[in-house]
Write a protein that binds this ligand. Sequence first.
Ligand code: NDP
Length: 429
Amino acid sequence: MDTSKLSKFYRKTLHEKIESLYKAGVITEAEQTLLLEGRLDLPADTGDNMIENYLGNFSLPFGAAMNFVINGQEKVIPMAIEEPSVVAAASFAAKLAGSAGGFETTVTKRDMIGQVTLKGIIDYDGAERAIMNSKQAILDRANEAHPSIVKRGGGARDLEVRQLHDESQVNLPSFLSVHVHVDTQEAMGANIINTMMEGIAPYIEELTGGTALLRILSNYATESLATARCTIPAHTLKTGHFSGEDVRDRIIEATQVATIDPYRAVTHNKGIMNGVDAVVTATGNDWRAVEASVHAFASRSGQYRSLTQWEKNDAGDLVGRLTLPLPIGTVGGAISIHPAAKLAHQMLGHPNAMELSGILATVGLAQNLAAVRALVTDGIQKGHMGLHARSLAISAGAKGPEVQHVADQLKKAPHMNLEAARTILNSLN
Ligand code: NDP
């Protein structure tokens, strides 16, 4: 990738931006044409085959975050998101991290979990023993239920049994849950695992005497963890009257607040998900699965807490880390169908699922750095209001060059709201 073609990307016109992505080698000539002709939308006949009662498409802005260096490789990050400032904030934080070598990621494995949950068990320990004694036979049957994933090098790998006894003390019955760990290769694996769980359930019923109540994957992807790290020299954080060391310490303290206080943690983590969801959506993945998984992980200590950790190292640098459970894939679902999702995978250089997980954790970490840095210094509104002014101008009916004109005047107005935008627009006409 020739990133020199992408310098001052945000200052280019839409046409120039698209052209520079092609010249930098991020997209192909055909994709350049697709973008220039505004043909990223899902074709109607495809949409009609994807959901029931299809009426049309609901579009989101599709953009690119710049400056990312991940494991030594430069990346342009596709993001699909309606919220102003997210793309700019990610690019800003990536630049900060990039000046110190960028981000490092670790993804050691990518297994998904399937659950067969049984009711009506009489002897829980006996049922658990019966399952563990037949572990290999159960794994074999799971693989027989979906042989193509075995041919692709994946398949059911391991199994564990969990007795689910009521700890909430509201007098609920007990259940038994069999967890099968499945290597789903490049797929997120919902359909693979659901087929496997339905395939093994009768055998498990036979072994235990129980009745299978649920046979489905768990979206809690604790066997698919991705970690991103970065180290930021304190002096690069200096802004306004805050020294770099001040900003570093305030970021660490703000994260401590989000570790103690769930009310803050929810907003802190929402900021992380601004970035993660934008890339999950752009790459055609199931964002509900990722959201559910990540927030359960944030509560794994028994309290909902910050997903990121920010600390100071011996050299006084700010060191950040984010680990996320990521039920995602690079094939299946909408990924190979949606034109924008195909483009997003091309922009990322067609990462495999492990690499994509690392990219997602990196974007989450960058987003968190930018948001918390802004919060503990200038406040978040300064960055937000510029684009918010443009959205208000468009809502008021401004078109073409009027948008910037109304937005500029709105920023100076005593109240930035729709009424003020309309008044400014009327004064132009
Ligand atoms: P798909 O079933 O759409 O795609 C997976 C299939 O792709 C595999 O079974 C395999 O089929 C094929 N494939 C091709 N290349 C590879 C490769 N390299 N590695 C692995 N598989 C490959 O998707 P998923 O099973 O991943 O399910 C995801 C979809 O399920 C999403 O649309 C999601 O929204 C939906 N879903 C999600 C649920 C949830 O709880 N999160 C529940 C139900 C559905 P083959 O080998 O036969 O060619």
